[in-house]
Design a protein around this ligand. Sequence first.
Ligand SMILES: Cc1ncc(COP(=O)(O)O)c(C=O)c1O
Length: 382
Amino acid sequence: MPRAPRSSPLASGLSDAVFSQLAAKARGRDAIALHVGDTYLEPPELARVEALSGAHLYAYAPVQGEPSLLGAARDFVHRRHGVELDPATVQVVSGATAGLSVVSEALLDPGDELLLPAPYWPLIRGIVQKRGAVPVEIPVFDRLGEAGFDLEAELEARVTEKTAAIYVNSPNNPTGAVYAERELAAIARVAARHELWIWCDEVYEDLWLDEPPPKTWSRPDFIERALVVHSLSKAYGLAGARVGFVHGPLSAMAAVRSVQTFSTYCAPRILQLGAARALAEGDAWLESARALYASAAREAADALGVEPPRGGGFLFVDVRERRRAGESTFALLERCLDAGVLLTPGSSSGRDYEGWVRLCYTVVPPEELRRALTALRVVLRG
Ligand SMILES: Cc1ncc(COP(=O)(O)O)c(C=O)c1O
């Protein structure tokens, strides 16, 4: 049978149809795009690429990463978490997306299951699916405050002999919720009971409003089984640089390194150098960004009549009322677009979230966000 016109079913199953339809409608229009987790801030000056010439361009970096970035990553982890990482257990990756992809290939077999608390960052589902593994969605983040909600029982009920890992993302994209200590302890108990990996997606570890969220991977009941993915995209405004790093137990990291070699070999060398400086010296930039984002988060929450998030970069807004009144979420998103604002459908974050929409409050400057919020308030709440 000819192969040429056919792509892999794993790849063709990945499309995000609802969002692509909306994005197609937005094309060519002058909408304020609040659908993606970017920033309007210039990255730290010191992270700008200094020397676009010489060996940094024509020679590969070591597979594990540039020594200056590996050093900065270990110092960062020590500063934030008081943990001294074994140098052999750190791997530079091309952003958390590639990092999780590499982790997924290194630790999952086709058919394995990942417990995926929802709503979740839209790309994690596809990352697991392209491995031929199965994301098992569990409604969690909108239920954390609910009386009688028992996270441990919810996770436990979904464990099968195929379960390999639990995904932990706190602060969470899209809700901005964070896990409390008792919830993290519940996750640890389930993981220990069934010998599971815990994947800690730490992309928003440094973006919080009132206080830093409870530590995840460095807890004694996580650390032995945690694969930890950090990114420079959000806290240091370097999403375009595509740099992050992964660490975890030595045995898992050996597999991660092997997969990394056969994926991109190394992350772009010159960008690793800028990232190293941002990690080492960019804390003042981060503090100022955190304050600006926190104020944007409060303003957005207030305008839309929802609770402010605890961290991250998004608000997840319940619009089920509109659906009950007979309007589909897609029609509502089209009306948002007509009013000049592009949002993300909640269904990208899980099949139970059709009646929600996501908005990023870090992506445009305050005046533009204010204009978007004024328009949205009329459409969503009017
Ligand atoms: C929870 C979460 N994980 C991972 C990523 C991807 O980060 P990176 O830009 O480092 O690939 C994002 C980006 O929005 C995210 O929200």
